[in-house]
Design a protein around this ligand. Structure first.
Ligand SMILES: [Zn+2]
Length: 123
């Protein structure tokens, strides 16, 4: 796919621009507890057990159509974390569902913070 969004300066911006051009509308993310054991992690293909902490993704496949995806917390890597932070800005703004305990939400956000910190120092 050819498409370069001009302007902007630093390396962190490139990641952001990449996400924006790749999809018409960025996905949204929520910290969530699996309500069933049916969903599989998009990254490792492992079944996410009922009650397990996960990231629920709403991906907009085309205008007016979205699909629900799931990723287990262990699979939140640098690239995935960067995509989440491109949407929310800071880990504290990533929404958590009401069923998620404060401790669990904090654990995920701390992980994101860690990933974000590493990315910033790299660029
Ligand atoms: Zn996984």
């Amino acid at each position: 796919m050819v498409g370069w969004v001009g302007g902007g300066g630093g390396g962190a911006r490139v990641l952001c621009a990449y996400t924006m051009t790749f999809k018409q509308r960025p996905s949204t993310y929520r910290i969530s507890i699996a309500p069933s054991s049916r969903a599989r992690c998009r990254a490792c293909k492992r079944r996410v057990d009922k009650g397990e902490l996960r990231i629920a993704i709403t991906a907009f496949v085309r205008p007016g159509r979205s699909t629900q995806l799931v990723r287990c917390v262990q699979c939140v890597d640098a690239r995935f974390g960067a995509a989440m932070l491109a949407v929310y800005g800071t880990p504290a703004r990533v929404p958590a569902e009401a069923s998620v305990s404060v401790a669990d939400a904090t654990a995920v956000r701390t992980r994101l913070q860690h990933i974000a910190g590493e990315r910033v120092e790299e660029t």
